[in-house]
Design a protein around this ligand. Structure first.
Ligand SMILES: [Zn+2]
Length: 481
């Protein structure tokens, strides 16, 4: 099957500079892939076809292909009969991309755990409502297996959490829980974080026991019991995970082939983090890096390509060249998350569910941690919104407030999730609501709802803030497509 890519308004395209031109072309191809139902393996065209179709330079097209490969939308197959093919987005690659951004921003384990708790509680509750008989038996068996071969290991409860994410029937929730679980385990294993004090044998046994109770409660459709059990494990871990930013020690590289380049990319990224992400610094010439990491030129080049995909570094040619540290591109990462969830066919109901979980958790935290300055910033955001709202599309001009709120909660990871989710939540107002008076009424209602949420946050009233946020989000779902 061939996916038609429509070139439109080429005159407009030609006036753009190369990098933005590449991203416009990449977006157009992405839209076509999504629109065609993501037919993995289909040919989008040879390089020659695409050059002719878009009327752009080879350099701009190659940049567009790099963007598409980064998002896992398409991949270029070289050689005769080759061309740009629709790809299958990789969940592991997306989780790795979140890891790079996490490392670059210096996100803490406290932020991670704080966000993981409400997501897992929501997944546990949904799984308890939705689970069927065969899945219930399977879950109980998995929990019984925890620690069956001696001491329970770190990744084992994670695997159960991940399974609960699947049972929740909410793809977005499942992806976010996996990503946070992987991040936590990777940081602990790599020596970037540690449990202080370490868990005793008695405590490890207790965790296994609580997980068995959690699984039994999910299987018996008892959400409250299951959520309480998840909270109990969280309490045991949350207060004793500490970051050790300076000391990460990646285990020695000894990989099976194919994974080697990924491990080298990881090792280079760890070295960049240890050096404090010195943007623009050359961290070594190709020859030096081959020597330092004891790999072949081919493996190093593959590792560099992975780092370039994540935006962690780029290769600079010439006499003063080498591998240069760069800032990961958050927009590329947001787009990759969005596309992955679209590929998985995530429903708008799932998105609304997970969005409510994250927003409610953040508005509560913002209220609990409110300071004079955070309250003042939120009030300023409300004023700016009032000024901006006149004339704009109400759905899109009201999203900034939600990012501000995640900032006020002091959780950068939550802010990222809020933004990914607002990218995905439908922002087009229903046709039936699109008359001018209806739009004005809607803007007014959203703006007043935001102002009332800020009043509750500023007063430190987490319960009122939660109630108002839930009402506001549900009202928005009613008017959007
Ligand atoms: Zn809003």
């Amino acid at each position: 099957m061939r996916v038609p890519v429509t070139p439109s308004r080429l005159g407009e395209l030609a006036r753009l500079k190369a990098p933005s031109l590449a991203s416009v072309v990449a977006r157009r191809i992405e839209d076509q892939v999504v629109g065609a139902g993501w037919p993995v393996g289909s040919l989008l065209g040879s390089e020659g076809d695409l050059l002719a179709r878009f009327g752009i330079s080879r350099a701009a097209l190659r940049e567009a292909v790099r963007i598409l490969e980064h998002s896992g939308v398409a991949t270029m197959r070289r050689g005769p009969g080759g061309g740009l093919l629709v790809a299958e987005p990789s969940r592991d690659a997306l989780v790795a991309a979140i890891g790079v951004w996490y490392s670059y921003e210096g996100i803490t384990m406290a932020e991670t755990m704080e966000l993981r708790r409400p997501l897992l509680a929501a997944a546990v509750a949904l799984a308890a409502e939705r689970i069927g008989a065969p899945d219930a038996e399977d879950l109980v068996a998995r929990a019984r297996g925890l620690g069956a071969h001696g001491r329970i290991r770190l990744h084992e409860p994670n695997a159960v959490d991940s399974h609960i994410g699947v049972l929740s029937g909410n793809t977005a929730l499942g992806l976010f829980i996996d990503a946070l679980g992987d991040l936590g385990v990777t940081r602990l294993r790599g020596g970037w974080a540690e449990l202080r004090p370490v868990l005793s044998t008695v405590e490890l046994d207790r965790i296994a026991t609580i997980y068995r109770r959690l699984a039994a409660a999910v299987a018996a459709h008892e959400p409250a019991v299951a959520v309480a059990a998840a909270g109990e494990v969280h309490e045991m871990l949350a207060d004793r995970i500490f970051d050790l930013r300076e000391q990460g020690r990646r285990p020695p590289v000894s990989a099976a082939r194919g994974k080697l380049a990924e491990q080298i990319a990881g090792a280079i990224r760890d070295d960049i983090e240890r050096a404090g992400w010195p943007l623009g610094r050359v961290i070594g010439s190709e020859a030096e890096l081959i020597e330092r990491y004891r790999v072949s030129r081919a493996v190093l080049r593959e590792a560099v390509r992975i780092l370039e995909h994540h935006g962690a570094a780029r290769a600079k040619r010439g006499p003063s060249g080498g591998l240069v540290v760069s800032a990961p591109d958050l927009e590329a990462f947001r787009r990759a998350s969005r596309l992955y969830l679209q590929y998985e066919g995530v429903t708008s109901q799932s998105l609304s569910e997970v969005r409510e979980v994250v927003e409610v958790a953040m508005v509560r935290t913002a209220a609990q941690r409110v300071t004079e300055s955070s309250a003042a910033r939120l009030r300023a955001a409300i004023e700016a919104e009032g000024a901006r709202a006149a004339g704009d599309d109400p759905a899109t001009s009201f999203l900034d407030f939600h990012s501000e709120l995640a900032d006020a909660a002091g959780n950068r990871l939550a802010r990222l999730y809020v933004e990914v989710l607002s990218d995905l939540v439908p922002v087009r107002v229903k046709a039936s609501q699109r008359s001018a008076p209806a739009m004005t009424a809607m803007s007014g209602a959203a703006h007043r709802a935001h102002a009332r949420i800020v009043d509750a946050v500023a007063a430190g009233d987490a319960d009122a803030a939660e109630r108002r946020m839930r009402r506001h989000l549900r009202a928005s779902v009613d008017v959007l497509q």
